[in-house]
Design a protein around this ligand. Structure first.
Ligand SMILES: [Zn+2]
Length: 353
């Protein structure tokens, strides 16, 4: 860090993935200052914030959460838009969201669409669903026979999952009239869930895999938060949510109930604490994310949906260290910043007596 340079500017300059790669490579002298800088930054932010320093390759044993896309709607920092994959003993089980770039990341992760049991979409903003046709096309041409796809019901203004799929794949009126394109048509079982439900709804059950969902407030867009229970552990996915009740001042009680006691919680960390205006109806402030995580009682909180817009202070990466501080005023567990392909072991941690 150059003297006089703000910590904020410095955070923005760090490319975590490159840092890792270059530490082990010949170009180390060029980036000699990076490890020192990283250490200084970690000290600044406190020891309980975990950055993307560890190996991103899944071990393919036990239950693992892999980040397919850690970004948001605006391209930034080589991040794909939203997507997550839950592995069980090296087998891909559930993919949550299919934002732009997750088609590539899924295959980089070594997973195949046809091996998924469930593809769950939180809502139909493009940064959460735009790679769906590419993923299903990939599955179709590689022998996928069937797949369960879940998503929210529609509102008066916004189509639900079934209408969304129909608009894509209907043989006569779809944008990609499936049978005409390939002669094959995998069976898609659409599980549409009432986004206005205030109590957890069962989405999927197969052996020791159980997926449940509940509506979360994301302005007026039908949106679901998910919980994946598998092999005795659990992961919660907050999706895009204002983290509020109807008045945007509290937090999502139905969602907190859904993910109560999960071992890992993924929350979008999209906006800054000082945000005003429109974005606050769509995304929770850092302090609200912290309150939700604390209320859930989760030990590991993964912050994702990270991006910024040049010249706009409304988004979390515009002032990351300040926003992390606001979050940590309300949450005492471990914070992990998501990065694409990062893998997180999901395990039970004994509660303090
Ligand atoms: Zn959204």
């Amino acid at each position: 860090m150059v003297k006089g340079e703000s910590i904020q500017t410095f955070v923005q300059q760090i490319d975590w993935k490159e840092t890792k790669m270059r530490w082990g490579g010949e170009r180390l002298p060029i980036v000699l200052l990076r490890p020192l800088a990283v250490a200084a930054l970690i000290l600044f932010l406190s020891v309980s914030v975990v950055f993307g320093m560890e190996d991103t390759t899944c071990k393919k044993t036990g239950i693992e959460l892999q980040i397919l896309g850690s970004g948001g709607p605006v391209g930034w920092d080589e991040r794909a838009s939203s997507g997550y994959l839950v592995w069980a003993n090296g087998r891909p089980q559930v993919m949550i969201d299919a934002g732009g770039g997750t088609f590539l990341r899924l295959h980089q992760a070594g997973a195949r669409v046809k091996d998924l049991k469930l593809l769950s979409i939180t809502h139909f903003h493009p940064d959460h669903a735009s790679d769906l046709p590419a993923l299903l096309w990939s599955g179709t041409l590689s022998g996928m026979k069937n797949l369960v796809v879940s998503g929210p019901s529609g509102s008066k203004a916004i189509p639900g999952l079934k209408d969304f799929l129909d608009s894509l794949f209907n043989a006569k009126t779809g944008a990609f009239p499936w049978p005409k394109l390939s002669g094959r048509k995998p069976k898609l079982r659409a599980v549409e869930t009432d986004f206005q439900s205030n109590s957890p709804v069962k989405i999927y059950k197969d052996g020791n895999l159980r997926v449940t969902a509940v509506g979360v407030p994301h302005a007026k867009l039908p949106t679901l938060g998910y919980r994946v229970d598998i092999g005795g552990v659990s992961v919660g996915f907050g999706a895009d949510q204002a983290g509020t009740g109807s008045d945007y001042t509290g937090f999502s009680r139905a969602f907190v109930k859904l993910v109560q006691g999960v071992d890992v919680l993924v929350m979008d960390f999209a906006v800054s604490e000082e945000v005003k205006g429109g974005p606050i109806r769509f995304h929770a402030k850092p302090s609200v994310v912290g309150k939700i995580a604390q209320a859930v009682g989760v030990r590991t909180l993964v912050l994702s949906h990270l991006f910024k817009v040049d010249g706009n202070p409304n988004f979390s990466l515009s002032n990351l260290e300040s926003n992390l501080a606001h979050l940590k005023n309300h949450y005492s567990g471990t914070v992990v910043l998501a990065e694409d392909l990062k893998c997180i072991e999901v395990k039970k941690i004994a509660k303090k007596q």
